[in-house]
Design a binder for this molecule. Structure first.
Ligand code: SAM
Length: 290
């Protein structure tokens, strides 16, 4: 980054401050969009923490989803990593570009103005391994993580900010009340844990919810080798069907989908409920009842 003063505050340069974000929004006649989950991070310490938790540096390739006005983007680029940032909102792009041009001396950033769900990621990601770092739009965070982790094998490591409840569900283990579809489907591909909490005060505008940072690490092997044969689509279908009636025993919730003999053959009691099954159990079930 340059050592020029912050244009909004006259103070030292650094990730965007609250007053700077407000001024950027005003100068581009913008109001944060609730529909697009726009809560902008304005805390340099938190940006540093996220960059540290992601463990990125020169030589790394980072995908940022939803750079907004660039708070996190500047920290990611300052780490020396090469960054691709995908932002859906075309009205933010001018503010983002001007901020980046002001603070950054290098060309380590590519901005793509598109919906992350529409981007041709195979082409964008090319042959590299990637780290995903993002303050995710809350309304699409969980389905987006599940879709990308399943469809993009080169996304190795993630540090993402999500609503606390969504984060807790993603990392939950069997037996927990909040263990459910996202927990099982994510754990098929990766391990995940909560690595930090983020207070609502650090955003503009302030959201009504708390946020957490989730670190996700893709498994080098999908699962124990004998279970790797499980078809992930079949597994997902079984998980969605059973958790659709989570209070019911498997013999009831999977009635017509898997017969009782197959449940037993997978080493699972038909009287068990879905939240009692580990991802290995689900994988076994998907293998014996394809
Ligand atoms: N990274 C910025 C920060 O931390 O201040 C902004 C984070 S804000 C919570 C989420 C961002 O994701 C917004 O800039 C929003 O416009 C963008 N966004 C929402 N849906 C998107 C999508 N489908 N594809 C790409 N970006 C999206």
């Amino acid at each position: 980054m340059t050592d020029r003063p912050d244009p909004a505050t006259g103070g030292p340069p650094g990730p965007l401050s609250r007053s700077h974000i407000r001024r950027l929004l005003d100068s581009h006649s913008l109001a944060p969009s609730r529909a697009l989950g726009q809560n902008f991070l304005c805390d340099a310490g938190m940006v540093d923490k996220i960059v540290r938790l992601a463990g990125i540096g020169p030589g790394d390739h980072v995908l940022e989803i939803g750079p907004g006005l660039g708070s996190l983007t500047l920290g990611l680029c300052a780490s020396g990593a090469t960054v691709v940032a995908v932002e859906i909102d075309r009205y933010l792009i001018d503010g983002l570009r001007s901020t980046v041009a002001y603070y950054l001396d290098n060309d380590s950033l590519t901005i793509i103005n598109d919906d992350i769900r529409q981007v041709d990621l195979e082409t964008v990601l090319g042959g590299h391994r990637w780290v995903v770092v993002a303050n995710l739009p809350y309304n699409i965070a969980t389905p987006l993580v599940l879709d990308l982790v399943a469809s993009q094998p080169t996304l190795d490591r993630w540090v993402v900010m999500v609503q606390r409840e969504a984060g807790e569900r993603l990392v939950a283990g069997p037996g927990s009340k909040i263990y459910g579809i996202p927990s099982v489907l994510l754990s098929y591909w990766a391990t995940a844990k909560i690595v930090g909490t983020v207070g609502a005060d650090l955003f503009l505008p302030k959201p009504n919810v708390e946020s957490v940072l989730v670190r996700i690490d893709r498994r080098s092997e999908p699962l124990p080798p004998e279970l790797a044969a499980a078809d992930p689509d079949r597994l997902a279908k079984l998980v969605r069907t059973a958790f659709g009636q989570r209070r019911k025993m498997l013999r009831r919730s999977l009635d017509g989908v898997v017969d009782i003999a197959a449940i037993t053959a997978a080493g699972i009691e038909p009287t068990q409920r879905p939240e009692q099954l580990s991802v290995q159990d689900w994988a076994r079930l998907a293998t014996v009842a394809p």
